[in-house]
Ligand binder design. Structure first.
Ligand SMILES: Nc1ncnc2c1ncn2[C@@H]1O[C@H](COP(=O)(O)OP(=O)(O)OP(=O)(O)O)[C@@H](O)[C@H]1O
Ligand SMILES: Cc1ncsc1CCO
Ligand SMILES: [Mg+2]
Length: 268
């Protein structure tokens, strides 16, 4: 039963507490680190060139998030991703603002060639990454629905042998073997900066402890969606929602999880 498996993975994350190295943006460093801690994982944020290789030796997964990229950081990302590939540790690409500027797309083209284990982005970003964009991207927020990005996601999954998550009102996880749709969450989650970045960090944490990458991504997105949906019921707006999400990530029970989860396995 899928629900039992996902809950087992959530308890495993709390028990194993994998170390996740994030090269991420200035906007979300704090909320990302807090989300990882609340879910039971252990965060470290670093980007100095001389420690990139060593950092990959001690951590179990890597996040490469291009939100506030600059040239120094791009080299950090490439060093860390190279080492992750060499050590066969999973790394997750968050293509923040893909399609917004030519520089972002140039950097993303290089990172794609390095074959990220997993890519998590909103629909606009996934379409821009696959060059399937019909509507221009509006900075970091999506201007498209998850369903519109399925063809783009399938293309990326095949071309780069990777697992894709399109996040939004529906979270869609797919690769060559599986396709899973999750319909939890709450629209207010899009009013907190870095919800997607927290999703990516959780994806990395689960990918550190679960071999099947579609299962790892589904565990992370199910957890965040359920937590966001439950936390929204107790929140007056984005401020309290941000705090309530951290508390619910920490406190979530099996009953809350299994009675709230809305999952549909389309394939695999
Ligand atoms: N309209 C919505 N309805 C329900 N849940 C939503 C909605 N929008 C976002 N979410 C929830 O928020 C999570 C993060 O999603 P989102 O797609 O907004 O990331 P993002 O655009 O990359 O965000 P950011 O760039 O701020 O990090 C989703 O996985 C989903 O659980
Ligand atoms: C708002 C913003 N700008 C660059 S990164 C970021 C965080 C959400 O992706
Ligand atoms: Mg994003």
């Amino acid at each position: 039963m899928m629900k039992d498996l996902l809950w087992k993975n959530i308890t495993q994350l709390r028990a194993q507490s994998p170390l996740v190295h994030s090269i991420t943006n200035y906007v979300v460093m704090n909320n990302t680190a807090n989300a990882l801690l609340a879910a039971g994982a252990s965060p470290i944020m670093a980007h100095a060139h001389p420690e990139m290789e060593d950092m990959m030796k001690i951590c179990q997964a890597l996040v490469v998030n291009i939100g506030t990229l600059d040239e120094y950081w791009v080299t950090s990302m490439k060093k860390a991703a190279t080492q992750a590939n060499q050590l066969q540790k999973p790394w997750v690409l968050d293509p923040v603002g893909a399609g917004a500027t030519p520089y972002r797309d140039e950097v993303l083209a290089d990172l794609l060639k390095m074959k990220p284990t997993i890519i998590r982005g909103n629909a606009s970003e996934i379409m821009a990454l696959a060059k399937h964009n019909t509507t221009p991207t509006k900075g970091v927020d999506s201007s498209a629905e998850s369903n519109e990005a399925i063809a783009a996601a399938k293309f990326l999954a095949e071309e780069y042998q990777t697992t894709i998550c399109i996040s939004g009102e529906i979270d869609i996880i797919l690769n060559d073997q599986k396709e899973i749709h999750l319909t939890n969450g709450n629209a207010l989650m899009a009013k907190i900066t870095g919800m997607g970045c927290s999703a990516t960090a959780l994806v990395a944490a689960f990918s550190a402890i679960i071999k099947d990458k579609a299962e790892a991504v589904t565990s992370a997105m199910a957890l965040l969606g359920v937590v966001g949906e439950l936390a929204a019921k107790e929140s007056k707006g984005p401020g309290s929602l941000q705090l309530n999400i951290l508390d619910k990530l920490y406190n979530l029970t099996e009953t809350e999880f299994s009675t709230t989860l809305k999952i549909e396995v389309k394939r695999g």
